[in-house]
Design a protein around this ligand. Structure first.
Ligand SMILES: Nc1ncnc2c1ncn2[C@@H]1O[C@H](COP(=O)(O)OP(=O)(O)OP(=O)(O)O)[C@@H](O)[C@H]1O
Length: 626
């Protein structure tokens, strides 16, 4: 079973390949020149039999050594010209085609970055990797070779057949007899091979996914001794791929058998017939030599049709696979209007309390802080927000159901709920990693769907429980969150209690991430937190950011975070009382709804579910609530 989602209806190979035109257009002059040069080179090859005919019927028959030497010189010059022209063709196409491949890869990468999280949730990474590597390599090979040579060989065959018919039309017709069965075989082959090529390329993607998962999950595999089951999964997939490749090889062998055998038989028949006519004196020996040399010169153009068609079919499949990703809708930018079921300005029914208290402790805010926002400050609002994952089964209840929540400017609100209650989903809606299904979210009164992604993401910083670091230096990883220099970097490292980086071999310039120094879970989490706070964001979304820290480090981070949170409107997913205490208020998420809002102590008193969750009593966990 293929794991390629969104596979469209298959289309003809030519229609698929025509989609490459925008990429090929800029290099079309070189490609056409190269094809023209190859046609000239190939036709020069067809002049050689004519020189042979002249030699056999002239200098050889007249026993004229000087004429034979002259003929040999002509042959040498023709051979040299043919070789030089083919070399020139290759030189002409090499550079532009590697540029086409690089541009297609860059476009794919750019597009992948812009595709919504929902797309990445659905597509296995191996399918994307194989499109960016194997498929693009197949396309470059197609543009360099089959595209030109299907044309060159076609022209060469036509010119060669005309030359043979002119030499002797009866022998020419004998050689032409296999044309019809060969053409029919090509049509049948194309149909069958296209299905096999698609299967094989999808299976390469599946195999890439398994290899990638095995490498990323090597600790789990080793820790649980799952080598065998993982190896079995790998063997099964590679066995399937092998089966498909063998099927392709059988199809190719069949077409090659037909394409090679029938013309050879026809040439043999023409040879016998020609020899009889030379003996009769009705045909010159030179004509027979020229005829057979031309027929033999056409062997390669005819024999190559099979694998040129196969490579073209693989390229058509690669094009389809490439555009399946490129056709996926990127994240929408701004929207006019909202999907809201609420009216703008609707206020939450669950919001409670007044602004005093939280606003009183706002100090010198950063660029996006409440002080900078002045009178328009309204904080973060969820208005009647519902959300359902796009791939959720039909009829299943939404993960979030009519959420109304107001986090006032400079306020920090902790979001508490049982495992799977939708906390991460709720936080992901703020930076628009997912789009709300209904309702709207506003920052300082402005609907987030009306902002550009760039603006939204410059105002909202996020840190997730699973801290991802990139293969780059500590400094680069942290400054990815904004900020512009050593001062911001040091401040952020201070807030996140990440002073340990100064003890690394090259300090903040030490490479970390997948290809760098391995850091502990807590160290990674602190760098991710530094990244979230470095740009002094106006809005901060933290998804259980302290879960991997020991109690002492957690207390130190919390003390520093408290200073940051004084300037920031924050939504913090929390599982532990210590994290909850960072916040001014707490909201309880249960059954997809906000069921209670208040201070930690208020909720401890009034909400048994909250009290259970905070007590660490497993009975309080309402796993899989819905
Ligand atoms: N990409 C997805 N597609 C479909 N359903 C999803 C997806 N991600 C999460 N869910 C479902 O949405 C629900 C809420 O998940 P979410 O991760 O938001 O919970 P959570 O409260 O953050 O849990 P935890 O405390 O364990 O991190 C779960 O039932 C989960 O199975």
């Amino acid at each position: 079973m293929s794991t390629t989602p969104d596979a469209p209806e298959p289309r003809s190979a030519v229609r698929s390949l025509l989609r490459l035109w925008p990429y090929v257009r800029p290099v079309r002059a070189r490609l056409f020149t190269a094809a023209f040069i190859a046609i000239v080179a190939s036709c020069i090859g067809l002049v050689i039999p004519l020189v042979l005919k002249w030699m056999v019927d002239g200098p050889v028959a007249d026993r004229d050594p000087a004429g034979v030497w002259l003929g040999a010189l002509y042959l040498l010059l023709l051979g040299l010209a043919e070789a030089l022209l083919f070399g020139l063709r290759r030189w002409l196409v090499a550079r532009p085609l590697s540029r086409v491949e690089a541009e297609m890869r860059a476009d794919l990468y750019r597009h992948l970055q812009r595709l919504p999280i929902a797309f990445h949730d659905r597509w296995p990474s191996g399918q994307l990797l194989s499109r960016a590597t194997t498929d693009l390599m197949l396309l470059r090979m197609f543009l360099a070779f089959p595209l030109t040579f299907l044309l060159v060989n076609g022209v060469t065959i036509v010119v060669g057949v005309v030359i043979m018919l002119v030499q002797d039309w009866t022998l020419g017709l004998v050689v032409l007899v296999p044309a019809v069965p060969v053409l029919l075989t090509c049509v049948v082959f194309e149909k069958k091979y296209s299905g096999a090529a698609r299967r094989a390329q999808d299976q390469v993607g599946d195999l890439t996914t398994v290899v990638e998962e095995s490498v990323l999950g090597i600790r789990i595999i080793k820790g649980f001794g799952r080598h065998r089951s993982q190896a079995r999964a790998f063997r099964e997939l590679s066995g399937k791929l092998r089966g498909t490749e063998l099927h392709k090889a059988r199809l190719l062998a069949t077409i090659l058998g037909v394409i090679v055998t029938l013309p050879e038989l026809a040439i043999g028949a023409a040879l016998v017939l020609g020899a009889v006519r030379v003996a009769d004196g009705s045909l010159s020996a030179g004509t027979l030599v020229a005829f057979l040399s031309t027929a033999l010169a056409l062997r390669w153009p005819v024999d190559s049709i099979g694998f040129l068609l196969a490579m073209s079919q693989e390229a058509a499949t690669a094009t389809e696979r490439y555009f399946e990703v490129m056709d996926a809708e990127p994240e929408s930018g701004t929207k006019s209007g909202t999907k809201s079921g609420t009216e703008s300005g609707t206020r939450s029914g669950t919001e409670s309390g007044t602004r005093s208290g939280t606003e009183s402790r706002k100090g010198g805010a950063g660029s996006g802080g409440p002080a900078a926002r002045g009178a328009s400050a309204d904080g973060l609002r969820f208005e009647n927000v519902s959300f359902r994952y796009p791939d959720a089964p039909a009829g299943s209840p939404p993960v979030l159901d009519r959420i109304d929540l107001h986090i006032r400017p400079g306020e920090s609100l902790a979001l508490v709920g049982a495992t799977g209650s939708g906390k991460t989903t709720l936080t992901a809606l703020v930076p628009r990693l997912h789009e709300v299904t209904l309702g709207r979210i506003t920052l300082d009164g402005a609907d987030i769907t009306g902002m550009s992604r760039r603006e939204l993401r410059s105002r909202v910083a996020v840190a997730f429980e699973e801290p991802t670091l990139f293969s780059a230096s500590v400094e680069e990883n942290v400054l990815m969150g904004g900020g512009d220099g050593t001062e911001d970097l040091e401040r952020a490292l201070g807030v996140a209690q990440a002073g340990f980086v100064h003890a690394l071999p090259q300090g903040v310039h030490t490479q970390v991430g997948e290809q760098g120094l391995s850091l502990s879970g807590g160290q990674r989490q602190r760098l991710a937190l530094a990244r979230a706070v470095v740009g002094r964001p106006g809005f901060l979304v933290l998804d259980d950011p302290l879960s991997a820290l020991d109690v002492h480090t957690e207390a130190a981070v919390e003390a520093a975070l408290r200073r940051v949170l004084a300037d920031t409107t924050a939504l913090i997913v929390a599982h532990r009382p210590s994290t909850v205490l960072l916040a001014d208020r707490v909201a309880l998420l249960s059954g997809g709804r906000i069921t209670a809002v208040g201070t930690h102590h208020e909720l401890l008193r009034t909400s048994p579910e909250y009290a259970h969750l905070m007590s660490g009593d497993p009975a309080g966990e309402q796993e899989d609530q819905r």
